[in-house]
Design a protein around this ligand. Structure first.
Ligand SMILES: *Cc1c(COP(=O)(O)O)cnc(C)c1O
Length: 363
């Protein structure tokens, strides 16, 4: 490590010819800033942990788990429990380290060079990021001013991503949109990370479309409604033949025994999950009502967050002011079509009050 500092920078630690493969360098990473604040409303996590009964049984199970052995490669028990939870067959369920890894596995199997993925911005940034990582061309089908998507102008693609409720807008798309997308795309992926937060979550879900004759999958996650973001566990429900292909694609033993056990035990607490979700939905209604009294534009949300746009001050200024009050929300100002917008996660009643007070002081 000698020489002029400028040379060192140019020489990239002595490996001047080693650059990432084409398509990676120009893509910025996906980073939600993690600033140390009192009130964290920026990542749509559960504001409260999973039930203490879950923590106790998880700790107990880990003490006796055979961690000197590889995990069950097909996560048999977890898939059986998920199948029961959703009223499907275990062969229709694929599990991985967060729904992000589910999506990556899908794109490795069905995307890649020469194939096109369609999505509708603004949406979850990881869809385009993961598609591009796998070498897939990404096209934006766009959306209406109110963030709905037109059924009759869907782009043709190999893979179409829908997100319902959509992150970051909160928009709940009708199941008919997924059905229409099947006419334009070889595969339709419906990301339902927030499904349980929507009213009439069961009828509104694209799970009603899943069968072996339909090239459509639904992804879900333990990160939001199940309050287990730290575990990294997500899953997909889809046709049996597609799930088999995903098992051939993913690395062996990808899902650790602790993650599998965490998911199995979480499913014992489904009632607690639904109660937590109902509490958050009630808080969402309270926060929306409070925002209506302020010079703020909001959009209807079926998820555990709300997209807002201050009318009198820039979003950037409000974001900074909130941070100075030790409240962190997501600054969406640089996302497509979201000039001046912020996304705020619904927290505990206390956290939401802290947010509302800080927001009033910031306007
Ligand atoms: C948070 C979120 C996820 C969760 O991803 P994990 O890898 O399961 O944590 C997936 N999709 C959307 C749209 C999200 O907002």
């Amino acid at each position: 490590m000698s020489g002029h500092p400028r040379e060192r920078t140019a020489g990239r630690l002595g490996q001047p010819n080693l650059v990432p493969r084409a398509g990676l360098a120009e893509r910025v990473g996906y980073h939600s800033p993690q600033i140390d604040v009192d009130v964290r409303l920026n990542s749509n996590e559960s504001p409260v942990p999973a039930p203490s009964g879950w923590s106790r049984s998880y700790a107990k199970a880990l003490r006796t788990a055979d961690l000197h052995r590889y995990p069950d490669r097909r996560a048999t028990e977890l898939r059986q429990r998920l199948a029961t939870h959703h009223g499907v067959r275990p062969e229709q369920v694929f599990v991985a380290n967060g729904s992000n890894e589910v999506l990556l596995t899908l794109l490795l199997a069905y995307g890649g060079p020469g194939r096109r993925a369609a999505l509708f911005e603004p949406t979850y940034a990881m869809h385009s990021r993961i598609a591009a990582l796998a070498g897939t061309e990404v096209i934006d089908g766009g959306c209406n001013r109110d963030f709905t998507i037109d059924f009759d102008a869907l782009p043709t693609a190999d893979i179409t991503f829908l997100c319902s409720p959509n992150n970051p807008t909160g928009t709940l798309h009708p199941v008919e949109l997924a059905r229409a997308a099947l006419g334009a795309s070889a595969l339709v992926v419906v990301d339902e990370a927030y499904a349980e937060f929507a009213d009439a979550a069961d009828e509104g879900s694209a799970l009603t479309l899943v069968d072996d004759d339909t090239p459509l999958v639904v992804t879900r996650t333990f990160s939001k409604t199940w309050a287990l973001a730290g575990v990294r566990l997500g899953y997909l429900i889809g046709p049996v033949w597609l799930v088999q292909t995903l098992w051939q694609t993913v690395l062996p033993y990808h899902l650790s025994t602790p993650a599998q056990v965490a998911g199995v035990l979480a499913l014992d607490y489904a009632d607690a999950m639904h109660e937590r979700v109902a509490t958050i939905a009630a808080e969402r209604a309270r926060v929306v009502a409070a925002l209506e009294a302020l010079p703020i534009t909001t959009w209807p949300s079926a998820a555990n967050f709300i997209l807002i746009r201050p009318q009198t001050v820039t979003g950037e200024a409000v974001w900074r002011s909130l941070v100075s009050h030790s409240v962190l929300v997501r600054n969406c100002a640089s996302w497509p079509k979201l000039d001046g917008c912020l996304r705020v996660t619904i927290g505990t009643p206390d956290e939401n009050n802290r947010f509302l007070d800080a927001l009033r002081a910031s306007l």
